[in-house]
Design a binder for this molecule. Structure first.
Ligand SMILES: [Zn+2]
Ligand SMILES: [Zn+2]
Length: 188
């Protein structure tokens, strides 16, 4: 369907994470007349997508399957959500991946939890907040979808800033800067 972002579970994923993301994304994309739906299917992970030495999944391989699904189903956009650590060749890990101007994106929740890191409490000095976790998921989802809408990384105070760490993700706002917003409206 036109102007619908479809959310797809990849492997095991908590249902409430998905429904919160749907609600939050819908809020953010309402002004562009874009809806969000949760697909009932689950994409199963393949052994060939797992690197046993790195103990991570290879994101581009999963993204490729999402791109194929989008093509077959004629989806406007598909966003895969995985609760496992992912990487691509050039990075030790990534929070998400998307081809610029493509119809598919992928985000990983693994490193959005403070409990993933050994010494993060030194930085934050507080208990993990479920609200922070929810907002990080939203930020990474919007960021990767932004790439599918043709946006590049941005150096303004903007959700399209590149994140190299959880602190980077926490620092960036949950909105597009004026210039990205303008570009987005042209591309939509
Ligand atoms: Zn990016
Ligand atoms: Zn921007």
């Amino acid at each position: 369907m036109k102007n619908v972002i479809y959310l797809l579970r990849i492997g095991e994923l908590n249902q409430s994470i998905l429904s919160n993301l749907k609600k939050n994304l819908e809020d953010k994309f309402k002004e562009f007349n874009i809806k969000v739906e949760i697909l009932q299917d689950v994409m199963k992970l393949k052994n060939s997508e797992y690197d046993t030495e790195r103990k991570q999944y290879e994101a581009p391989k999963i993204l490729k399957r999402l791109v194929e699904t989008a093509k077959i189903e004629n989806f406007f956009r598909i966003l895969g959500i995985i609760d496992k650590d992912i990487y691509s060749k050039t990075y030790n890990f990534i929070f998400g991946i998307a081809g610029r101007g493509s119809h598919a994106a992928l985000i990983s929740l693994a490193r959005l939890r403070e409990s993933f890191y050994d010494n993060i409490s030194v930085i934050y000095k507080r208990k993990e907040s479920p609200r922070d976790f929810e907002e990080r998921i939203l930020k990474e989802a919007i960021h990767e979808l932004g790439h599918t809408f043709g946006l590049k990384h941005c150096y303004n105070n903007c959700i399209m800033q590149f994140s190299n760490s959880l602190a980077d993700t926490d620092k960036k706002p949950v909105k597009f800067c004026a210039s990205c917003l303008q570009q987005l409206k042209i591309n939509l």
